[in-house]
Ligand binder design. Structure first.
Ligand code: ARG
Length: 565
């Protein structure tokens, strides 16, 4: 039975007739005092106007003879310090090991979540700034899938807007015929820059031409539409090359253009509901009551904007997928935008679907702000190639392949982001990302590979396929170093749930790092292969469970787990 349930029953036995549904058992904050603790005697004392220590003592007495615990102590103002019995612990380890996906609860079964992430703007190359949404979004995606949710991973491309007028004009006038024939995203970016610069010329002729091209596109002119389609296809092809390297895949690529025709309808509804009103030629929703200012939903020139498009998008997603929630992963500068339109969506009646914005902080590169001016707006392609190159330098002397280098290099880039709370500003540093010691991707991958090699060396388990260790031997946790690791392993499902609830893959990353450190001290302090057979087998079993948890956890973060480094 669950520890909280057991202690709750003891409270009920000691104080019949009271409600103890709030009673929780938590991992001990300090292992010197026990394995778990329950601090709820203090709450009960307040409710019953009694001395918390006495309450603690009564509950401890009610727990006497409970085989789950080897020791129950009342400490301080009435904390219950709980030490579990080895049998309980070993049985729980076996149960965790036997469960699919290391015991991750299927709380999402039957529910749908749409996760909107990466979402770069078309006709531009992906650069270092696109890493965060892609990597954080992908981890959240994997975590929700593991919890049993049906996930719709949607890449909400920026594939519509004024930039296409500039691009079409630039394509026709700024590119050579060869460049037009072998169109790449790099060429598109180049012609955009040239054309945008010309659009700033004082006579305004170029700018007018760009506008005309845009209007033609919007009106469905076949030639411009075909060009636009080609730009998008080329962009997606290029993005997909990055996603393949990053191990990211989407279920749909519905860009802003997909919602284009739905926008007038949204505005009509906003009007009819009395939510949108005319203001200086524009149509706006006043959100002053919530201190969110005023959101424009139709500009004075009749055009729609980002807000209108996200409103049309939510309508479409609710209609099509009926999701329990929709998660948007973008940089923190878009917070007001999301607050505004979430509020409008709720007023429109979309109050059953949970709308969640996961904002992330800025990233700097090697201590410098990322900007074109700093000259470090590094292309994602180059960043990933550099990661592979540097990782290859590390593994080549041990006979590592380029494939292994890619797994390590890309894992390092991802982990250096995922190990931080998304909302914090982070700095990307090669030394830190690729460090073999400390809180890094390579450190965790290396810990995993060490487990694999240990199990292989033991001969007991033959070819170890990441978790399939001969279950002949049971768990036999005895020593404190083993116990610390064992208790941590039991927390894995909880760590996954907490990461999902907070939309913070960093919760899982922290858990994995701490657990790997516990493994490391277990490994250093408890002999394994040299122990007598019963102890050796039990310890191997614990190692294998650690390996399985680490592998499952890293895979949830989108990080590969090579078995040999
Ligand atoms: N394309 C946008 C950008 O580059 C992100 C889109 C996020 N998703 C959304 N539904 N607004 O910032």
């Amino acid at each position: 039975m669950d520890l909280s349930e057991i202690v709750k029953s003891a409270f009920e036995k000691a104080f019949p007739g009271e409600d103890f549904s709030f009673v929780r058992v938590l991992p001990a904050t300090d292992p010197r005092f026990g394995d778990y603790q329950c601090n709820d005697a203090l709450k009960v004392a307040k409710k019953l106007h009694a001395n918390p220590r006495e309450i603690g003592a009564k509950v401890a007495a009610a727990l006497a003879g409970e085989p789950t615990f080897a020791k129950v102590e009342v400490a301080g103002p009435g904390f219950l310090n709980l030490t579990v019995a080895p049998d309980w612990l070993n049985a729980r380890l076996a149960a965790l090991d036997a469960q699919a996906a290391c015991g991750i609860p299927q709380t999402g079964a039957g529910k749908t979540v749409v996760i909107d992430y990466s979402s770069p703007n078309a006709a531009k190359q992906m650069h270092i700034g696109h890493i965060r949404s892609t990597v954080i979004g992908c981890a959240i995606d994997r975590i929700f899938r593991a919890l049993g949710y049906r996930v719709v991973a949607d890449n909400h491309l920026g594939d519509w807007g004024t930039q296409f007028g500039i691009l079409i004009k630039g394509y026709r006038e700024c590119l050579t015929p060869e460049e037009r024939d072998n169109l790449t995203v790099a060429n598109l970016e180049k012609c955009y820059v040239l054309s945008a610069a010309k659009a700033k010329e004082a006579d305004g002729v170029w700018k007018e031409d760009c506008k005309r091209e845009l209007v033609k596109l919007q009106q469905g002119d076949p030639e411009n539409l075909a060009l636009w389609k080609r730009f998008i296809e080329i962009s997606i092809g290029e993005f997909d090359r990055m996603y393949a390297k990053l191990g990211v895949r989407f279920d749909t690529y519905r860009g802003e253009s997909f919602y284009n025709e739905m926008m007038p309808g949204v505005v009509t509804r906003l009007r009819e509901m009395g939510l949108a009103v005319e203001s200086e030629g524009a149509l706006v929703v006043n959100l002053d009551a919530e201190k969110l200012g005023v959101a424009i939903v139709r500009k004075s020139d009749g055009g729609y904007n980002y807000t209108t498009s996200d409103l049309a998008c939510v309508e479409s997603r609710v209609r099509e997928y009926d999701p329990e929630r929709i998660v948007y992963v973008t940089d923190a500068r878009q917070q007001l935008h999301f607050k505004q339109w979430f509020s409008i969506a709720r007023k429109m009646g979309y109050d059953k679907v949970q709308l969640v914005h996961v904002p992330f902080g800025l990233m700097s590169y090697q201590g410098k702000a990322i900007s074109t001016r700093e000259g470090n707006l590094i292309k994602l392609d180059e960043l990933l190639a550099e990661a592979e190159r540097r990782a290859y330098e590390i593994v080549k002397d041990r006979g590592g392949t380029h494939e292994l280098a890619a797994q390590i290099g890309i894992g390092a880039v991802k982990y250096s982001d995922l190990s931080h709370d998304p909302i914090t500003d982070i700095d990307f540093s090669w030394d830190k990302a690729l460090a073999l010691e400390g809180n890094s991707g390579p450190y965790l991958q290396y810990a995993y590979a060490r487990v694999c090699s240990l199990l292989e060396k033991s001969g007991k388990v033959g070819e170890w396929e990441g978790g399939k260790v001969e279950a002949a031997s049971g768990f036999g946790v005895v020593e404190p170093v083993e116990k610390r690791l064992a208790l941590a392993l039991l927390e894995f499902p909880g760590a996954v749930v907490r990461a999902a609830e907070a939309y913070k893959p960093s919760v899982l990353a922290d858990y994995l790092f701490q657990t790997a450190q516990l493994y490391s001290s277990f490994y250093q302090n408890a002999p394994i292969l040299k122990s007598e057979p019963a102890v050796r087998d039990a310890r191997l079993r614990l190692c294998a469970l650690f390996g399985k948890v680490l592998r499952t956890g890293l895979n949830l973060l989108g990080i590969e787990t090579p078995s040999r480094i």
